[in-house]
Design a protein around this ligand. Structure first.
Ligand SMILES: Cc1cc2nc3c(=O)[nH]c(=O)nc-3n(C[C@H](O)[C@H](O)[C@H](O)COP(=O)(O)OP(=O)(O)OC[C@H]3O[C@@H](n4cnc5c(N)ncnc54)[C@H](O)[C@@H]3O)c2cc1C
Length: 334
């Protein structure tokens, strides 16, 4: 069985940052990811642009030069790939970690294919994007239903129902409307979510006013069929149907609580936020750390690359017994 000083589960920006800090500290490491390198970003809408400026999503102090101010998905993918190569990070991809168990001072990390690796310390950096929040309604697993939005051309001249009213839903609705898609947004609340990026609000509200994007608020989708969705109005109890060639369930994502519990990490039952030391990011299992957005529980909007990348330095400081780098206040509140 291969042995490392540190195993990092998850090869997103925060996991890569942990690998870089481990390398800088002279620790051997292995990064395991169930998908490709930066799998989550690879799954983002193809034409998305980060809201953060490029320097705020840099890792390891490696500059992220772009011609504009904010990077798009492809630029970010290129940057993190280059960062991984530049720092000679050691990773195995398409290896889903199923379990992490500690025996005396050594952790054994087991993948779903039964491969095992050993390490003195383990850092969980599994994010949340691989786990969509399912509505658990009939038809949600049909082939024309997706929990991810990728690109608009597939949907031109079709009827698309978007479930959800957060940033992902609004961004998809606006892009689809601009590609000749007949869009209806269905949401249980009475309006778009208050967390929608402020610069998107006038655009989406004006499109709604013009009738270019239709909305069905105070309502939930109760069933998806091959050609329709069934909608229930929460205020009147009235049932209605909408034609839907495609349904995008953009109701958010949540860290894999089962995986964390299986590894022995305690979670707050209400928020699913792991119990961890706010300075060192060590969980209640000594030597097992959480890093990046995985620590957000239901508050996924509170941890992102900008602040999550900082966890890596604090964790490695703690592992090597240095003075621990203080992370930003924002993270301490979770
Ligand atoms: C559309 C969109 C735009 C965003 N824009 C910004 C922005 O502008 N600025 C910003 O700071 N943040 C932004 N974010 C948030 C940011 O992208 C995420 O917070 C970031 O990816 C978190 O990094 P991470 O390393 O914690 O997790 P992730 O990037 O999600 O990486 C987790 C990795 O763990 C892997 N994994 C999961 N489970 C397992 C397992 N069991 N075994 C092995 N591997 C596993 C996954 O495949 C994934 O590669 C945005 C998010 C979205 C969805």
């Amino acid at each position: 069985m291969q042995f490392f000083d540190v195993i990092i589960v998850g090869g997103g920006p925060c996991g890569l940052a942990a690998g870089i800090e481990a390398t800088k500290a002279g620790l051997s490491h292995l990064i395991l990811d169930m998908g490709s390198l930066t799998e989550s970003i690879r799954q983002y809408p193809r034409r998305m642009r980060f809201f953060s400026t490029a320097e705020n999503i840099e890792i390891g102090g490696l500059p992220f030069p772009i011609s504009g101010v904010k990077a798009g998905r492809d630029e970010a993918l290129q940057y993190y790939r280059k960062a991984a190569a530049y720092f000679h990070l050691n990773f195995k991809l398409f290896q889903e970690v199923w379990d992490v168990q500690k025996n005396e001072d050594l952790f054994t990390v087991t993948t779903t294919t039964g491969d095992q690796y050993q390490a003195r310390k383990v850092i969980m950096a599994t994010g949340y994007f691989t786990r969509p929040r399912w509505l658990n309604i009939p038809g949600e697993d049909l082939p024309h239903v997706s929990h991810y939005y990728d690109e608009p051309f597939k949907y031109s001249f079709t009827n698309v129902v978007i479930i959800g009213a957060s940033n992902s839903a609004v961004e998809a609705a606006l892009e689809l409307y601009r590609h000749d898609v007949n869009i209806t947004v269905v949401h249980r609340g009475e309006d778009f979510r208050s967390t929608v990026k402020y610069w998107l609000v006038p655009d989406v509200k004006n499109r709604v006013k013009e009738g270019r994007i239709k909305t069905v608020f105070d309502s939930v989708v109760t069933q998806i069929d091959d050609t329709n969705v069934t909608i229930n109005n929460l205020k009147t109890g009235e049932e209605s149907h909408l034609p839907a060639d495609f349904v995008l369930v953009l109701t958010g994502y949540i860290p894999d609580a089962e995986l964390l519990r299986r590894c022995g990490i305690e979670l707050d039952p209400a928020t699913q936020v792991p119990v961890y030391n706010k300075e060192t990011f060590e969980t209640t299992v000594p030597g097992l750390y959480v890093c990046g957005t995985v620590m957000a529980g239901i508050y996924t909007e509170k941890v992102f690359i900008e602040n999550g990348r900082e966890h890596a330095q604090a964790i490695i400081d703690h592992i090597v017994g240095r003075e621990v780098h203080q992370v930003k206040e924002l993270i301490q509140r979770i």
